[in-house]
Design a protein around this ligand. Structure first.
Ligand SMILES: Nc1nc(=O)c2c([nH]1)NC[C@@H]1CN(c3ccc(C(=O)N[C@@H](CCC(=O)O)C(=O)O)cc3)CN21
Ligand SMILES: CC(C)C(=O)C(=O)O
Length: 286
């Protein structure tokens, strides 16, 4: 669903000035189960949010920002401070999409009370409409605790990157019968606990389909199946910006290549003293 802009002075896809409108809501997303696929991408900055917002239903401020913009080796050392700062920027840069903020590792697992305190801080400091947390049946009581106290929760099951040290890597999940049954059980548990939607990451397609058919909330796939109720990707991955991408990423552009070419051009112009040129210079008053 894309926004209609009524102002035409200087607006364009790259510089959208939105008409006053109501942002999509969490219940509106939940009602999309089985309907038009839900479009979701990550955003970490206000400008990226502006560019993505008209084309998306949801924006995810993912803890993948640890790897993508902070150069960390995993998501484990991402902090609540980082999530709040980037979350607030994305809310300021968007007008249409539901903004969902990842709860970072260590901010919610100890107890429902710890999760509530962290999530309430995220909601208060960012203005986002929902949080996302990783984990299946073990997190169901926490999801229920938050959802019953005014905090919409998106669950995240299957390949859960914060558990990389337990899982032993980022390989796809659900290949054995036992793992299939476990992850399907996780899906039912988080949906029954009141998650308004769930992300299923890095699972074989038959499992993604069984989950999508087996729960009543929308299922957002990443490395899962086109038959899910929606899709999410890390924006830098799909733009061809990140150095290493999983198999499930389709590169819709080669921005790393285009940035390299533009910067090489700039460097050559500086070294050749052809930049700045007449168009970029301030002229003295005649
Ligand atoms: N840029 C980026 N994109 C992501 O999708 C992403 C992040 N960062 N950071 C947080 C998690 C980590 N994720 C990852 C990270 C690595 C693989 C990966 O390397 N997958 C390999 C298979 C690895 C294996 O079999 O052990 C692949 O080729 O798909 C997958 C998901 C997904 N998330
Ligand atoms: C990859 C998506 C689903 C995510 O959780 C993140 O960006 O951290």
């Amino acid at each position: 669903m894309s926004t209609t802009f009524t102002l035409d002075t200087g607006t364009s896809r790259a510089n959208p000035t939105p008409a006053p409108m109501r942002r999509l809501t969490v219940p509106a997303i939940a009602a999309r189960k089985g309907g038009e696929p839900i479009v979701m991408l990550t955003a970490y900055t206000a400008r990226t949010a502006q560019l993505l917002d008209p084309h998306c239903d949801m924006l995810l401020v993912g803890d993948s920002l640890g790897q993508v913009i902070y150069g960390l080796p995993s998501t484990l050392s991402v902090t609540l401070d980082m999530m709040c700062a980037h979350g607030a920027a994305v809310v300021r840069g968007s007008y249409h999409s539901v903004v969902v903020i990842d709860m970072p590792f260590g901010s919610y697992e100890a107890s429902p009370q710890q999760a509530f305190a962290s999530a309430a801080r995220i909601m208060a400091e960012t203005g986002a409409a929902a949080v996302k947390l990783e984990g299946g049946a073990a997190m169901a009581p926490t999801i229920a605790f938050l959802a019953q106290r005014g905090i919409p929760v998106m669950a995240h099951i299957g390949l859960t990157p914060q558990a990389v040290n337990v899982l032993g890597g980022y390989g796809a999940r659900g290949r054995s019968d036992a793992e299939h049954a476990k992850i399907l059980g996780d899906a039912r548990a988080v949906a029954d606990a009141g998650a308004f939607a769930l992300v299923v990451e890095g699972v074989v397609e038959p499992l993604a389909v069984a989950i999508t058919e087996g729960v009543s909330c929308p299922v957002i796939g990443i490395g899962a199946s086109a038959k899910c109720d929606g899709q999410v990707l890390v924006t830098e991955d799909m733009l061809g910006m990140f150095e290493r991408t999983p198999r499930f990423v389709k590169k819709f552009d080669d921005m790393a290549g285009r940035i390299s070419a533009a910067v090489a051009h700039y460097a050559a112009d500086v070294r050749g003293r052809s930049f700045p040129g007449p168009d970029q210079l301030y002229q003295p008053k005649p």
